[in-house]
Design a protein around this ligand. Structure first.
Ligand code: NAP
Length: 249
């Protein structure tokens, strides 16, 4: 068990919600950020409190800088400075070829999936860095196997946003290693969550699961296990690294 504090962006549903439940079970106090689904965030809170865990809900659109600053201020006031940040919030737009993508779509996706992670990491580093009087910490970015595959004909904008997350993971890990902060990423493959419905294909995992070497889709809880390991002292010598959770795809 631990007395540590974690902030998870986009923790009302899917991978973020599973990660919030697992951190709470490991004794962390959990900051549950969500964008609009207060009902879903409250359900995660109820589950955690029923197990004797501690958490707070903080609404913020992490693509908006002022809201991120307010998110961290609220976390400071309600729980304290974070020991761990999980940059999980992310979106997907409807499947499309590049020739039909507007600049508005691409920019909105990049601000939701990339700028958000940069500014959340910035606020976390101000609190964690030994250069600023902090006691170190861990940042875990939720990337995607799409970063390696490119997602042609479907979501090249999304794949490129995760490529940016991979570059940021590597660069930031090197930038802050001397200040007690580790930065790593997970790259999930096809995981059963609501995000596929946003892409216009709720049954995407089942359509593609026969192509996965392990012949099944993944569960959010399986991704949460890797994230919690990367946050823990068991991975104390790991930084700038990636864990692929893809069933071999
Ligand atoms: P999901 O079920 O659709 O959940 C998305 C979560 O992110 C929700 O909690 C949502 O909040 C939140 N969110 C979205 N935009 C936000 C914003 N601007 N500010 C704050 N919160 C925001 O998605 P998921 O599949 O769990 O995805 C989580 C992460 O895993 C994403 O980064 C995604 O790219 C990545 N990933 C998923 C898969 C997969 O197969 N599922 C594979 C690879 C990578 P509300 O509930 O309030 O809307």
């Amino acid at each position: 068990m631990s007395n540590k504090i974690v902030l998870i962006t986009g923790a009302s549903r899917g991978i973020g919600a599973a990660t919030a439940r697992l951190f709470a079970a490991n004794g962390y106090a959990v900051g549950i950020n969500y964008r609009s689904r207060q009902d879903a965030a409250q359900a995660v809170q109820r589950d955690i409190e029923a197990q004797g865990g501690r958490c707070v809900l903080i609404q913020a659109d992490v693509s908006v800088e002022s809201e991120v600053i307010n998110l961290f201020r609220q976390l400071d006031e309600q729980l304290g400075a974070p020991d761990c940040l999980v940059n999980n919030a992310g979106i997907l737009h409807a499947q499309s070829k590049l020739e039909a993508m507007s600049a508005e779509r691409i920019n909105q996706l990049l601000s939701s999936n990339v700028t958000s992670a940069f500014i959340c990491a910035r606020e976390a580093i101000k609190r964690m860095s030994t250069a600023h009087g902090g006691s170190g910490g861990s940042i875990i970015n939720v990337s995607s196997m799409a970063a390696l595959k490119g997602s042609p004909n479907e979501y090249m904008d999304y794949a490129a946003s995760k490529g940016a997350i991979d570059s940021m993971t590597r660069g930031l890990a090197l930038e802050v290693a001397a200040y007690g902060i580790r930065v790593n990423a997970v790259r999930p493959g096809l995981i059963y969550t609501d995000i596929h419905a946003d892409g216009g294909e709720p049954g995407r995992v089942d359509r593609l699961k026969e192509k996965i070497p392990l012949r099944r889709g993944g569960q959010p809880e399986e991704v949460a296990e890797a994230i919690c390991w990367l946050a823990s002292e068991k991975s104390a010598f790991v930084t700038g690294s990636f864990i692929d959770l893809s069933g071999g795809l």
